[in-house]
Ligand binder design. Sequence first.
Ligand SMILES: Cc1cc2nc3c(=O)[nH]c(=O)nc-3n(C[C@H](O)[C@H](O)[C@H](O)COP(=O)(O)OP(=O)(O)OC[C@H]3O[C@@H](n4cnc5c(N)ncnc54)[C@H](O)[C@@H]3O)c2cc1C
Length: 168
Amino acid sequence: MSSYQEVEVVIIGAGFAGLAAAFELKKQNISFVVLEARNRPGGRVYSIKTADGVTIDMGAQWIDKDHHRINKLLSQFKLKTVSTFKKGKDIYNINGKKVISKKPPLSAPGLLDLFQATTKLNKVSKQINLNAPWCSLEAKKYDGQTMEQLLIKTRCIHQGAIGIIDFC
Ligand SMILES: Cc1cc2nc3c(=O)[nH]c(=O)nc-3n(C[C@H](O)[C@H](O)[C@H](O)COP(=O)(O)OP(=O)(O)OC[C@H]3O[C@@H](n4cnc5c(N)ncnc54)[C@H](O)[C@@H]3O)c2cc1C
């Protein structure tokens, strides 16, 4: 016979958003369950260890001083960060080939697509209220579309350009 447990909140996904929500609910003593489709928590935040024991971040890795909420979580959980650098050469992995280049190593049409798409993204991001994104004028519209749909709208079809935006 299956047993049922009643909870006040169901959180879908154990990525950072879901885990942070669970953390807040726990503090408020509100009952919840977190449902995760994968066999691990963390979502896009994911690290692996190489054979020689080096940890490599496959997802989120950089935190800036402006990332107030994640910085708060770091201090709450007493986690340490390591410094990184912003200056230096950009290294691209193009089909397994290492390319060092000041600009993305794309053909002219690829660079044009990348420029158009990043211009559009920068324009859209300026309309978003960072403190309450859901209150922004077009919040519903942007929340209801995927990155792929946005790229199609800006006519960004070059695979290299999509790959670079996808990674960012
Ligand atoms: C390569 C890469 C590098 C990045 N670098 C940075 C960085 O340097 N700095 C930074 O701040 N951010 C970075 N990001 C972005 C950051 O990882 C994400 O913004 C953040 O992890 C999103 O968290 P989330 O909880 O909203 O979503 P996710 O991490 O995507 O979590 C969603 C979870 O929900 C689960 N799920 C989805 N649907 C269902 C369902 N129907 N039922 C059950 N479970 C479901 C998924 O399996 C997943 O575990 C990077 C992302 C990638 C991929």
